[in-house]
Design a protein around this ligand. Structure first.
Ligand SMILES: [Zn+2]
Length: 127
């Protein structure tokens, strides 16, 4: 009934080939009734993955973004294939660092960078 056509291009399970790099990726349902393409067979510790990119598997097979912060030391997670895809640019994983670098670039372009204040010779009374 046509169901086999959809299955023919799959690699088994929810796996398919990434249209950018040709490597396998796994299509998994999310709690939000959408789909996410995950990197197959990879479950790094959640604390090594930037917040917002940690997908955890639920008992029904769906996945959800892991919201515990800081993450549990032993929690494993999954990541989207696009983070590992060699054919695509890495998304902005650390927005605050990107902002900081932008600010530093503006500082570096100024003709005279502001001098840091001289260290105080007098220490406050510590008692
Ligand atoms: Zn890819």
């Amino acid at each position: 009934m046509g169901a086999s056509e959809g299955r023919a291009r799959r690699l088994g399970g929810g796996r398919s080939r990434c249209p950018y790099c040709g490597l396998p990726q796994e299509r998994v349902a999310t709690l939000g009734h959408e789909w996410v393409m995950l990197e197959p067979d990879l479950r790094p510790p959640a604390h090594e993955v930037p917040a917002g990119h940690r997908w955890i598997e639920l008992s029904d097979g769906r996945v959800s973004v892991y919201g515990v912060c800081p993450p549990d030391q032993f929690q494993r997670c999954r990541i989207e294939h696009r983070l590992a895809c060699p054919a695509r640019l890495l998304p902005d994983l650390w927005p605050w660092l990107t902002d900081l670098r932008g600010e530093k670039a503006r500082q570096a372009e100024r003709p005279t960078a502001p001098e840091p204040p001289p260290p105080s010779e007098r220490w406050p009374d510590a008692g």
